[in-house]
Design a protein around this ligand. Structure first.
Ligand SMILES: C[S@@+](CC[C@H](N)C(=O)[O-])C[C@H]1O[C@@H](n2cnc3c(N)ncnc32)[C@H](O)[C@@H]1O
Length: 467
């Protein structure tokens, strides 16, 4: 039996599957897999075949097997985690950090001249490197004599190794200005290598947020001025999120700042923070009154919202709000977007709404083939052709029966002068369509029938002239 879907079905039926699933979710926090047995089983299936094991019981045994077990845990974590990230992801948040957060910290910490940042769940390093680039290029003139440290952690050792190497594919720079790309990276083959100067402030470290101790005041890196934990907790269960938020809160200096992913805002979750609305972004701030310090750290500094000087230096008007419990202010709760919403934006050509909506969907449901399919359509429509094939490949990887994704992948490959792979994709369309009724509507095809799609695929195949 070599069909991954059949193998997965066998694993789901294994009497030890449910215990193994609980163990993996508990050890990583990835409750995302709670109702995604198929995805989880496919990943376990890949590990079983790699290790030549037959069932969940022997795999659980391997995981508990000392050093070998730890190595195996790292291997499955690399497969389970979703590392979707890119430089300057959600640009408005970086603007808020540049325009509001860092100026406030620089103003407040004049005497110690220490700036400590933590990127928790840093994936391949795009996030901490974006911060280093932003600080050096845009605020470097104000950092003379400052000691800057960026602590970057992740549970995925493979991602950390990539981060340390500092090598990135074009795709990771899709939101990076050309000038930044040219000045901060060196081209290498088909990718880019970050200049070593942007590594100087960053320390990459392995850390499992749900199992490891958070940095304590006794450690050299703690008492952060700014913590980013973006698009990490979206995969966790509410009780774990609440615990982690408390721990992040503890790890911040008084008056320190917290940035969550754009799809993660929820008043209740962040109620221990003050909410600060900056044009286009919401960030959080530790408020002294609500949670008096329990420790005796000398690093404590006067809290408070923006100082006059920092506020005066802001280029755009900002809204500073106390959290709801203080002054009855309730910032709008951002609902998770849906694919239907994305379709509606795309159907009316509203790209400004469709793009952030799609990015949020990718962050919250990165294993959904339909989201990758629409992502490809959006990239195509907005003239960012470079990622189209990749998104379509992801869509067909996640659902090999995704007819329309095979078809568009064929077109994208043909456009990119890759006739053979293009023909292969179009032939896949014909093979899959052979099992369907001609009059049947193609999924996501806006009324296109299977017969119509077959005709189109045949026409493109002929045009390719590949025998
Ligand atoms: C979608 S990426 C987000 C990367 C980056 N923060 C961003 O927003 O672009 C999520 C990251 O969280 C990491 N992660 C998942 N569970 C974790 C855990 N329990 N502890 C630490 N990191 C974890 C994953 O390995 C992955 O690199």
């Amino acid at each position: 039996m070599s069909d991954p879907q059949e193998i997965a079905a066998g694993i789901i039926g294994d009497p030890h599957f449910s215990r193994l699933k609980d163990h993996l979710i508990e050890s990583t926090g990835l409750a995302y897999y709670r109702d995604r047995d198929q995805y989880l089983a496919e990943r376990i299936g890949r590990r079983l075949s790699k290790l030549d094991l037959n069932d969940c019981a022997s795999y659980s045994q391997r995981l508990s097997d000392g050093q070998e077990g730890r190595v195996e845990m790292d291997a499955i974590i690399a497969d389970l985690t979703i590392g979707e990230t890119y430089f300057f992801r959600d640009r408005e948040q970086f603007d808020a950090i540049r325009d509001v957060v860092i100026p406030e910290i620089l103003e407040r910490k004049q005497s110690s001249k220490r700036l400590r940042i933590w990127s928790a769940g840093c994936a391949n390093g795009s996030e901490p490197y974006s911060l280093a680039i932003l600080l050096a290029r845009e605020l470097g003139h104000r950092l003379d004599g400052w000691h800057v440290s960026i602590f970057a952690t992740d549970i995925n050792r493979q991602s950390l190794a990539e981060a340390q190497a500092g090598r990135f594919q074009e795709w990771a720079l899709r939101s990076t200005l050309d000038t930044v790309r040219q000045e901060c990276f060196a081209a290498e083959g088909r990718g880019w290598v970050i200049h070593p100067e942007y590594k100087e402030w960053i320390t990459f470290e392995h850390m499992n947020l749900v199992e490891h101790q958070f940095p304590t005041p006794r450690q050299p890196v703690s008492h952060f001025d700014l913590i980013l934990c973006r698009n990490v907790m979206i995969y966790f269960a509410p009780d774990v999120i609440h615990r982690l938020i408390r721990q992040f809160h503890e790890s911040l200096t008084d008056g320190g700042w917290f940035v969550a992913g754009v799809a993660e805002h929820n008043m209740q979750t962040f109620s221990c923070f003050d909410t600060v609305g900056v044009t286009g972004a919401t960030v959080y701030r530790k408020s002294k009154e609500a949670f008096p310090k329990t420790g005796t750290s000398k690093a404590a500094e006067p809290p408070g919202l923006l100082t006059k000087a920092a506020a005066a230096s802001l280029p755009q008007p900002i809204l500073c709000a106390r959290a709801a419990r203080n002054e009855g202010f309730a910032p709008p709760e951002i609902r998770p977007p849906t694919i239907d919403e994305l379709r509606r934006f795309a159907d009316r050509g509203d790209w400004d709404s469709a793009i952030p909506c799609c990015n949020r969907l990718l962050a919250q449901d990165g294993l959904n083939p339909v989201v990758h399919f629409y992502h490809a359509m959006l990239l195509e429509q907005t003239g960012q052709g470079v990622g189209v094939k990749r998104s379509l490949r992801r869509a067909v990887y996640l659902d090999r029966n995704f007819l329309l994704a095979h078809y568009y992948l064929g077109l994208a490959l043909a456009k990119g002068s890759q006739p053979r792979p293009a023909a292969h994709s179009l032939e896949n369309v014909l093979k899959l369509a052979a099992g369907l009724r001609d009059e049947q509507a193609v999924e996501y095809g806006d009324g296109l029938t299977v017969a119509g799609l077959k005709q189109l695929a045949k026409m493109h195949l002929q045009n390719l002239g590949v025998s």
